[in-house]
Design a protein around this ligand. Structure first.
Ligand code: FEO
Length: 396
């Protein structure tokens, strides 16, 4: 396995994880990559490392360019273990002159690996670090998505090492954006933002404003996951701008779980009501759709209609799990509504309603519930609920 040159004297030396299917609760159906990079200059510099299970692959690529002992600096853009898992072994092997990280990165590295005597150097935002021919500068991106996160920029190449930002969980033998199916690329870029960054949208917005203010020219973006944006680095920036502004595409989602098909019948009629208002709608049964795929859809939708029957005075477990996941990610600026069937106590729609109220969704009040099995007139009311949500979406 060989390194891949991405620009003069800079190489990709990461690893491809074809098998990973679960990334802390996010379904990675297309696997992922852990990207690491090597800059050959007077000061040879390693940017990030890989997950520990892929150490051999990383080392083979690194050794195809240079003996690791010749590396001078290690830059740690992010301490999460998929990028720092082999750091202690690399420090041992390389004996670097400097380990460059953010202030919070220093704290996190010590808290992870308990090594206080490594040669840390805090990357001061705005201060350049010359490697010889190339110059690095650093941008603190605190909470995007960890406190330690930062970007590293190569001034001469206008190349941004963006850590997790602009990444995609996509295992491929190709390394660049122009070599892969564009629809799949955008789908995985979307899913990544939806499941990792939605919560931090205000910070993404601020960061994009800072990038504009300082006039940072970007010719290439090399994230820590997926392909490198060499042909169209503007594309992920445009999408991030749209998502951080919480701008939807006018569509709606009916997300539900069902026990004996009553809530399912209601979901279908609500969907029909939305269609009558010419709203594009997707029916997402949580039994068949993974929460992280549903979140990808939530990112772009304007209307979120949640349906669940009552079980043991609460929700069905799949809806309870989804609700907790979505509430943590805090999607914003949505129209919402709740529905569901019940037998005797009927708490489910109150719980759904409350969760969406907490997210400040613009709610169609008070939602609609049906005892046991919906009759014709109940189903007509479901159509009307769908139409009411549709009208609210169109008024925005
Ligand atoms: Fe790819 Fe936050 O680690």
């Amino acid at each position: 396995m060989k390194a891949v040159k991405i620009i003069d004297n800079i190489y990709w030396i990461g690893a491809v994880d074809w098998d990973v299917r679960d990334f802390h609760g996010y379904s990675t159906n297309r696997g992922t990559t852990y990207n690491a990079f090597l800059i050959i200059d007077e000061k040879i510099t390693l940017i990030d490392t890989v997950k520990s299970s892929l150490k051999a692959e990383f080392l083979e690529r690194l050794r195809s360019i240079i003996d690791p002992a010749k590396i001078d600096y290690i830059v740690v853009n992010h301490v999460e273990m998929d990028h720092s898992g082999i750091l202690p072994e690399m420090v041992e092997l390389i004996k670097p002159e400097k380990i460059i990280c953010s202030k919070m990165g220093h704290k996190a590295l010590v808290e992870h690996f308990h090594q206080t005597d490594w040669p840390y150097e805090i990357a001061e935002p705005g201060r350049d670090l010359s490697l010889g021919e190339k110059t690095l500068s650093f941008i603190e991106t605190r909470m995007l998505h960890w406190p330690d996160s930062m970007f590293t920029y190569v001034k001469e190449d206008k190349l941004l090492f963006s850590s997790d930002a602009f990444g995609q969980h996509l295992a491929t033998s190709e390394r660049f954006d122009d070599q892969v199916d564009q629809a799949i690329l955008v789908e995985e870029l979307t899913k990544y933002y939806a499941n990792i960054l939605t919560l931090y949208s205000p910070k993404v917005k601020k960061l994009l404003e800072t990038v504009k203010e300082i006039g940072l020219e970007i010719k290439m973006i090399a994230p820590d996951h997926g392909v490198i944006w060499r042909s169209n680095p503007g594309l992920p920036l445009q999408y991030y701008e749209k998502w951080s502004d919480n701008i939807g595409d006018g569509s709606a989602l009916v997300i539900y779980d069902t026990m004996w098909h009553s809530t399912e019948k209601m979901a279908k009629q609500i969907s029909a009501g939305l269609e009558e208002e010419n709203i594009s709608v997707k029916l997402l049964n949580l039994r068949y759709n993974h929460r992280s795929d549903v979140m990808r859809e939530v990112l772009n939708a304007d209307g979120i209609i949640l349906g669940c029957p009552t079980l043991n005075n609460g929700l069905l477990p799949r809806m309870a799990g989804f609700l907790m996941y979505m509430s943590g990610l805090r999607p914003a600026n949505k129209v919402g509504a709740a529905f569901g069937s019940f037998g005797w106590s009927g708490e489910s729609i109150k719980l759904l309603h409350k969760a969406m109220e907490d997210l400040k969704f613009d709610l169609v009040d008070p939602g609609f519930r049906v005892k046991y099995i919906p009759e014709t007139e109940d189903l007509e009311k479901c159509v009307e609920l769908g139409r009411a949500v549709g009208r609210k979406i169109k008024e925005r």
